[in-house]
Design a protein. Structure first.
Length: 337
């Protein structure tokens, strides 16, 4: 006789959610103390350490899974309220050629280097998408579609953060050495650094004008989450249908939260969100993504990550270098510096 899977109840999720919230609260505080690293990265690292040294019991798992999946989607929707599509459209035309070239370079480098290094497809895709668009946020958008192992997600985010940190430290000196203008450096930082906090740190350390422009370019780049996520969903659906999967359903695979992200952005663009509320929404989005990434860390297996070896880090380095160099090359070709 077949058994029917019963979805976890709210009560069964509570222990895991409370654990994720507790660890995330510590990560939030550490992120405030070390803003260059940020609460999201602190959350995933603390989660990994807790999982490794004091593995949560089975009763915590339903809540951890809920936080790592559902809360992750909520965080993406909340981010939409901080994105004005009209401002993005204005700046997007100035940076479109560089942005599209760097995204193409990231995808090509991830595919070629991933094959050479023997990195499996899901981890290769996570590193490529995260480097191409906006680090953890892009990875968070893709995770519900391709459903990778949690340790792959943690590995991809950690790898991309490593090179964000390197970029913050090196880019301003390189920019001055190359004689980049404020707008040129802002365009470089906005297209070649992933995490928003890292873009802001690098941009404003160069100049105030560079920081302003880099931030807007970064927001423009973030809108590519939408078409890329939809494209990946269609590819996954096509593969499932082609393989004759018995439970194939486009509605199940389709990333509906991306549509809600668009709705949130539309509400912001229409001016229906008072300016006084925006900092609260931004804070809520930050907290949600810290909780979600903490839960991913609590699900990740450090031993499995270590057994992967240096290949994903080498892949991240190669893709990041391809993006950084492509951004400079395209700027040079179009006469931006």
């Amino acid at each position: 006789m077949s058994t029917v899977a019963v979805p976890p109840s709210s009560a069964s999720r509570l222990p895991g959610i409370l654990l994720a919230l507790s660890v995330a609260a510590v990560a939030f505080g550490l992120g405030r103390l070390v803003p260059l690293i940020g609460g999201a990265v602190c959350g995933i690292v603390l989660g990994i350490l807790v999982r490794h040294f004091a593995p949560p019991e089975e009763r915590f798992q339903p809540g951890i899974r809920f936080a790592s999946k559902q809360v992750l989607q909520w965080s993406i929707i909340a981010l939409g309220f901080g994105l004005s599509l009209s401002q993005v459209a204005h700046t997007g035309m100035e940076s479109l050629s560089v942005t599209l070239a760097t995204v193409a370079a990231a995808g090509l480098a991830a595919w070629i280097l991933g094959r050479v290094l023997g990195v499996h497809d899901k981890l290769k895709l996570l590193i490529g998408v995260g480097t191409a668009i906006c680090g953890g946020s892009a990875i968070a958008a893709v995770v519900p579609i391709i459903k990778p192992d949690e340790h792959d997600t943690a590995f991809a985010i950690s790898t991309i953060f490593l090179f964000n940190l390197v970029a913050v430290l090196l880019f301003p000196a390189i920019g001055h050495g190359l004689g980049l203008s404020d707008l040129g450096f802002g365009l470089w930082a906005g297209t070649a650094i992933n995490d928003t906090s890292s873009v802001v740190a690098a941009g404003y350390s160069y100049s105030h004008a560079a920081g302003d422009f880099a931030t807007i370019v970064k927001l423009t780049r973030a809108t590519l989450i939408i078409p890329i996520s939809l494209g990946i969903a269609l590819i996954v659906a096509w593969r499932e249908k082609r393989s004759g999967s018995g439970d194939f359903s486009l509605a199940r695979i389709f990333p509906w939260f991306i549509l809600w992200f668009l709705v949130a952005s539309g509400i912001r663009t229409a001016g229906l969100v008072p300016d006084i509320v925006l900092p609260i929404i931004h804070f809520a989005a930050e907290c949600l993504i810290i909780v979600a990434l903490t839960a991913i860390g609590l699900s990740a297996d450090l031993r499995r990550m270590a057994s992967t070896g240096p290949r994903p880090i080498l892949l991240g380095l190669g893709v990041w270098a391809a993006v950084a160099l492509t951004s400079l090359l395209v700027q040079h070709l179009i006469g931006r510096w």
